[in-house]
Design a protein around this ligand. Structure first.
Ligand code: ISL
Length: 540
């Protein structure tokens, strides 16, 4: 079977914020259908949909209450079928978000499970307290304890995320069978695979106390262990291998070694994975404490992962991360220049590139002014915890502004008009004021826009085998420069990146394939945030 997922550019849609068509302020499937031609023109070959299933939306759909139905806010199953059909016509493969570490507490299984005598009891992880205390000292991803007491059953249940997201019990073989059925259901409908949410934490090796840590106490008991490897192999053997599909894992806190094992093609687990080390280079231990972004560190980490794994899932943005142009570029002085540079970097690395909605027009972090505009459960919890810890108010707000997940979730900016063309109703989350300048409609008409550049760069990649599958070789990484090559036999492409707002220099030979500035040949001088691609002969 051909690994088509290595040859395509992927695009992530966060449906709530993409395009609303019925005026309820929430994006929907009809909105995605409407924008399929836009995605086709962009050059996209894979579409990843963040969850569209039924959910009480404690964590915007990452808390699923029915894996086989569409949330009415988003539309209906027949609209989903239509979306799949139309995408197929355009040769766009659709992958779904598979959230199986936990369900919503409003899922039927969990409702049943609250009854200690129910056959569903064992679908989740229930434990009595210890001497009036919680069963262990673990802490959650969302800045709270991991155990919630349930009056009705007199025990606690485990939740690594919010208390409305109880963890499934993978020691129960029935749970794995349920997951397989859900996967088959979607694959039979014609989806082309899954993005597997926090997939390397599903197996809890023990529930003993963890070593006390600043974040995620207890994690040594569940991060990437043999149990997870085994389940992944089982899902591959019994389900994935029966379809023409792929699985990309979201894997938290992976090292190059553990990531290698999870995505080594010969082991038959994941086809590729999202790692986080490059995204953490501007954090001090946790993302909430930021330090100055250093391009050199960022590029060193990228280069390390490029060589550590046979194939990476490359990304600079998603629905959990701040916007890349604000974070790694300069959205004030060199907005377009740095957005184009990041485009070249992302699309010339080895691996499948994932673009997050709005990245292709250089959407920026939000311009909110107060906490009551924030909707994300993680930000709300963290703000509460920071208040308890007496972190000053101005610093708390800075934490949310710089690291909060709502940065990436403001609605897609389609036009300069009302609500940025996202909705005729009241958007569920504020629209960034800069939509009057940064929007699809304006950029569509402008041949020098960030959008026009993304189209050009994606086209180049789609037509250039070397860029898609050549080996990666790092040439130079310094405070401001990142130079690497993509090689196959006697051919190479040299990628020269000036990761700075100052002019730079780098001597390299080859025929100029593309520059982020309008230039016809390359003489070694680089404008601020310029990136160039040169094609040449591989001599060494
Ligand atoms: O948001 C994060 C960045 O700090 C992470 O802690 C994030 O929660 C983690 O990467 C897991 O993310 C995924 O699972 C969560 C969900 O809230 C995220 O939106 C999803 O991408 C729980 O399902």
């Amino acid at each position: 079977m051909k690994s088509w997922w290595r040859d395509r550019v992927a695009y992530q849609i966060y449906p709530r914020s993409f395009q609303d068509t019925d005026g309820n302020g929430i994006g929907d499937l009809r909105g995605i259908i409407k924008r399929l031609p836009y995605l086709k023109e962009l050059g996209i070959g894979i579409l990843w949909l963040s969850p569209v299933y039924r959910s009480p939306n404690d964590d915007n759909g990452y808390d699923i209450s029915d894996y086989r139905s569409i949330h009415p806010d988003f539309g209906t199953m027949s609209e989903m079928d239509k979306l799949l059909q139309l995408a197929e016509k355009l040769d766009i493969k659709v992958i779904m978000d598979l959230v199986i570490n936990h369900t919503s507490d409003e899922h039927e299984w969990f409702k049943e499970s609250r009854n200690p005598d129910s056959p569903y009891r064992d679908y989740y992880i229930w434990r009595p307290g210890k001497n009036g205390k919680k069963p262990n000292n673990w802490t959650s991803f969302f800045a709270e304890d991991c155990w919630e007491f349930d009056e009705r059953s007199g025990e606690y249940f485990l939740h690594l995320f919010s208390k409305k997201q109880p963890d499934l019990n993978y020691r129960n073989p029935k749970v794995i069978e349920e997951v397989k059925d859900i996967m088959r259901f979607w694959l039979e409908k014609g989806v082309a695979g899954f993005r597997c949410d926090v997939i390397n934490v599903i197996w809890k090796e023990s529930l003993a106390n963890g070593r006390k840590r600043f974040i995620l106490t207890g994690r040594e008991h569940y991060l990437t262990n043999d149990g997870t490897h085994e389940i992944l192999r089982e899902l591959r053997r019994d389900v994935l291998s029966q379809f023409d599909c792929f699985a990309v894992g979201e894997t938290v806190m992976v090292t190059p070694k553990s990531a290698f094992d999870l995505s080594d093609p010969s082991r038959g687990e994941l086809d590729m994975l999202f790692s986080f080390e490059h995204m953490d280079t501007d954090s001090i231990i946790v993302k909430w404490f930021k330090k100055r972004f250093k391009p050199q560190k960022f590029c060193e980490v990228i280069a390390k992962w490029q060589t550590a794994l046979e194939w990476n899932a490359n990304y600079f943005e998603n629905h959990d991360q701040p916007r890349s142009v604000s974070r790694f570029g300069d959205d004030q002085n060199f907005h377009d220049e740095s957005a184009r540079m990041l485009c070249v970097l992302l699309l010339s690395l080895r691996g499948t590139p994932f673009i997050y909605q709005g990245q292709e027009i250089g959407m920026t972090d939000f311009d909110f002014t107060s906490m009551d505009q924030i909707r994300d459960v993680e930000s709300l919890n963290v703000y509460r915890l920071a208040t308890r810890l007496h972190i000053p108010k101005s610093y708390r707000w800075k934490m949310i502004l710089r690291s909060g997940r709502d940065n990436a979730r403001t609605p897609m900016q389609w036009s300069a008009g009302k609500n940025a063309g996202f909705s005729t109703g009241t958007p569920w989350l504020g629209i960034n004021g800069n939509h009057t300048k940064i929007n699809v409609e304006a950029q569509d008409k402008d041949p020098n826009s960030v959008l026009a550049f993304y189209r050009k760069m994606i086209r180049l990649r789609n037509h250039n085998k070397l860029l898609r599958s050549g080996a990666f070789r790092s040439v130079e990484i310094s405070r401001k420069l990142f130079v690497f090559e993509r090689i196959h036999d006697k051919e190479k492409i040299t990628v020269v990146i000036n990761f700075s707002g100052n002019p730079g220099r780098y001597n390299a030979s080859g025929k100029l394939l593309l520059s982020t500035y309008e230039r016809i040949d390359y003489d070694g001088s680089l404008a601020p945030y310029e990136a160039v691609l040169l094609s040449g002969r591989n001599e060494g």
